[in-house]
Design a binder for this molecule. Sequence first.
Ligand code: NAD
Length: 253
Amino acid sequence: MTGRVNGKIALVTGGGSGLGAADCLALAREGATVIVTDVAFDAAQRVATRIGNGAIAMALDVSSEAAWQAVIADVDQRFGHLDILVNNAGIVQMADCEDVTLEQFRRVNAIMNEGVFLGCKYALPLLKRAENASIINMSSTGALLGYPIFFAYSAAKGAVRSMTKSIAVMCQDKGYRIRCNSVHPGAIETPMVQEAEGRIGTERPVASGVLPAGEKGAPEDVANIVLFLASDESRFVNGAEFVIDNALTIRAW
Ligand code: NAD
């Protein structure tokens, strides 16, 4: 199948690396015009250049309200609406509830909790102008399981999971043609997971259950679900959570 998101305008946060980059490539391959955003503008530019026609790069720190307002104003001026918003940007932070500092907790939540809220809030006026819009929020299995050393990260991802459902129902109740779903990957081979594994390996013994012992997924495994949720194929899928973890979260032992 080709052209699954033909003619749609998509904005992806954290699009310069890992899962976000794979999302951008998949959406562009299937016909979307992709706004690749990242706090690391060079990285966003590299992905946009790789896509070529049909992609533009923009600098966006998702934790900044002013940056969101500026980017949305730019998108409004260029396109007048937005069909797809992928709130993907994130960082990893490793400390349990006893060790994490308030500053660390706030930083993680500023990016992955407030960043998703700001993205939804400021993109909604443009999404409301689309025929069938879709918000895809990147959560994690961290929102579903007890990972002690990903305390702040899991708190943020739990917030993403619940705000997704709240937005889905709000949009339905207000008659907006906007769906909102969350995605919950397990361990996927990206720079973030490499960093986390490196730190687990050097700072702590590798505890079973911290990261799955099995093979990791590829960014495309997540991008395939994002693409489905972005497309009109998923028109009856709303407020749902998609776990992409090769059975990690449903094991009974
Ligand atoms: P990554 O480190 O490869 O990419 C993250 C991107 O986000 C980078 O390009 C980075 O520059 C950008 N970013 C960081 N802070 C930002 C900010 N303030 N504003 C805008 N962009 C910012 O990581 P990844 O593995 O691709 O992770 C992408 C998302 O997927 C994250 O939300 C992460 O929590 C989530 N996730 C990843 C995995 C996994 O196994 N890789 C599992 C579950 C969830």
